[in-house]
Design a protein. Structure first.
Length: 216
């Protein structure tokens, strides 16, 4: 059975644009995999702790040689890594906060990034899996816009997910999400609406496309 790891990080609840798009992907995925498994983590509602020294250094120590403190500290880290390893597809909601990813997502990445297992090894355990990242943002960071070059979400996640973990990453980018709420951006509302519609459609289409590839 196919397994989807779905992680949301937006603190905006039902008003979140990234959550709306990840939900569209998940709904289409579940329609294609009615007997499948979804592992879900809402890192805004239940944030995981930042990676601490004991859990970090336990990753480089043989399990039998870990101290009781290291074994206890590594329990969560090991569980998060195993969830990612079990998944056929990883779905991440990664809204832009202050030009980069939410700190809750960074904490998750720090736990999952394990030298010699998931990264910096000849055969990373996540290599080849599909990852879908929904990265919403209040403005636009496309070439030609005033904010071009200030997007540190895609560049960072391409490095960590694609280059270091070896995942096959696709980005869906709902943009201009502040347009309906900021008077100075009112002229951009039609572009926001088009971006939202395109993002929802892309999520549904991509879920079906990946489903077909998994059974091919």
């Amino acid at each position: 059975m196919a397994t989807l790891l779905h992680i949301d990080t937006s603190f905006n609840g039902d008003n979140s644009h990234s959550r709306a798009v990840t939900a569209a992907f998940r709904a289409a995925w579940e329609a294609e995999h009615p007997e499948g498994t979804v592992i879900y983590r809402d890192l805004a509602a239940e944030p995981i702790p930042h990676l601490e020294a004991a859990a970090y250094y336990a990753g480089g120590t043989a399990p039998a040689e870990r101290s009781p403190e290291e074994r206890a500290a590594f329990e969560l880290r090991g569980r998060l890594i195993e969830e990612a390893e079990r998944a056929d597809v990883i779905l991440l909601g990664a809204p832009m906060y202050n030009y980069t990813i939410p700190s809750t997502l960074k904490a998750w990445l720090d736990h999952v990034f394990m030298v010699g297992r998931t990264s910096i090894t000849e055969n990373p355990t996540l290599a080849g899996k599909r990852a879908v990242v929904v990265t919403s943002r209040g403005g636009s960071y496309r070439e030609g816009t005033p904010q071009f070059g200030n997007d540190y979400v895609e560049s960072y996640l391409r490095l960590t997910l694609a280059e270091l973990f070896g995942l096959d990453v696709t980005f869906i980018v709902p943009e201009l999400t502040l347009a309906p709420h900021v008077p100075a951006m009112s002229a951009l509302v039609p572009l926001f609406e088009a971006s939202r519609t395109e993002s929802l459609a892309a999520a549904e289409s991509l879920a079906k496309e990946i489903s077909v590839q998994l059974v091919a």
